[in-house]
Design a protein around this ligand. Structure first.
Ligand code: NAD
Ligand code: ZN
Length: 363
């Protein structure tokens, strides 16, 4: 009989939560600055370039502040370029030694910080490590400071990157942040639309985890809590909704850590690879077509969407060539664990290329 292997997974070791806790970042980093030359690299979403948060970044003179742009979701070539941009001045100044990377922003910036901290200690291109457990050398100490809630990137063991051939994460225990700073005050400036799309990423993580074949009591416990929080945030007018959503994101991430996402995420990856559709909105567009697979989840999602006055973009796939449509299908089909989680071991008999195409052309 085959021995059952249970996943033995690592989680983030240090978490600070609360309104204003960002002010403690300087003290947290001080414990990592082992000598005067210990330099921190701050990778900050450039949306904050003109915002008061800029003045609150605990920069010391040897540190490096790099503004990152997330108009496009993270690409492997961008990670390689940022790594070079950081490595060169550090290497030229022997008085400075890189001691840590701090990512401040939404899921894209958090993923950039994770990937750069890995690539500062590993050779080659980040594209070489897209997959599972390919990273051998531990990353530089790295900290995640989310400014947008929903992706669960703060807690996950992956950094999702689009490479020349695929959209696939660098999945490894080394990818996990060493420290996360969960300060709900930081999400204040997000537009209502963006907040909804990224919040729905969390809601969809829960639906896909809770209805999947990989579900177990561990994932169910976190998924149910995250879903309850999403309901408070998006269906009731909860006064602490930024706090609630930040915790929903964390719990949703913990739920999928021991299960998987499903059909919506597989289809959304295809949209993103071919059309550059961002994760949150791409998930919403895909999920809206999945009534057949997630009837209750889709009905509730539509109530949330209506309550928040969100109109989803449509007609995305109508002008797409047959070749691009096939690429989209290929990208979605590579994600076998997602399909298996959603539809069971015999998923290939249920989800044919034709069926995926039928779903895509409705988007
Ligand atoms: P994002 O990071 O792409 O940001 C979306 C927009 O919001 C950007 O324009 C950004 O500048 C802006 N923004 C962020 N914080 C803001 C603030 N406080 N005020 C004003 N504007 C702000 O969005 P996201 O939905 O958080 O992240 C999506 C990314 O996360 C995708 O690349 C996706 O692949 C990735 N992801 C990763 C994981 C993981 O486990 N690693 C999981 C899900 C998604
Ligand atoms: Zn997601």
């Amino acid at each position: 009989m085959d021995k059952i292997l249970f996943r033995n997974f690592k989680i983030v070791s240090h978490i600070i939560f609360g309104r204003g806790c960002f002010n403690q970042l300087a003290d947290i980093l001080a414990s990592q600055r082992t000598d005067q030359g210990s330099a921190m690299v701050f990778l900050v979403d450039d949306v904050f370039r003109q915002k008061p948060l800029k003045e609150r970044i605990p920069l010391q003179k040897q540190d490096l502040l790099v503004w990152v742009n997330v108009d496009d979701e993270p690409k492997t070539y961008y990670i390689d370029e940022l790594t070079r941009q950081i490595r060169t001045p550090m290497a030229q100044d022997p008085a400075r030694s890189p001691a840590g990377v701090i990512g401040i922003g939404g899921g894209s910036t958090l993923d950039i910080a994770k990937a750069v901290s890995l690539m500062l200690t590993n050779h080659g291109s980040s594209a070489d490590y897209q997959g599972w457990d390919l990273i051998k050398t531990p990353a530089l100490y790295h900290v995640g400071v989310p400014t947008l809630s929903g992706t669960g990137a703060e807690i996950s063991r992956t950094t999702v990157l689009t490479g020349p051939q695929k959209k696939l994460g660098i999945n490894s225990d080394h990818t996990l942040f060493d420290q996360i700073v969960l300060d709900p005050e930081l999400v204040a400036g997000v537009s209502a639309e963006q907040r909804f799309y990224t919040g729905m990423d969390c809601y969809i993580h829960c639906v896909e985890s809770l209805s999947g074949t990989y579900l177990n009591a561990f994932s169910r416990s976190f998924g149910q809590k995250a879903m309850a929080l999403c309901r408070e945030v998006f269906l009731e007018d909860h006064p602490d909704s930024d706090d609630q959503l930040m915790m929903a994101s964390y719990f949703g991430g913990m739920s999928i850590a021991y299960s998987q996402v499903g059909i919506c995420h597989a289809l959304s990856y295809g949209l993103s690879f071919v059309l550059g559709t961002h994760h949150g909105v791409g998930n919403c567009i895909a999920f809206d077509q999945l009534e057949e697979y997630y009837p209750e989840g889709v009905a509730e999602f539509r109530r949330m969407k209506d309550k928040h006055g969100i109109t989803l973009p449509g007609g995305l796939v109508s002008g797409v060539s047959e070749k691009d449509l096939n690429t989209m299908i290929d990208v979605a089909l590579v994600l076998e664990p997602l399909w298996e989680n959603a539809l069971g071991a015999r998923w290939k008999q249920i989800m044919t290329r034709d069926q995926i195409k039928r779903l895509y052309v409705r988007m």
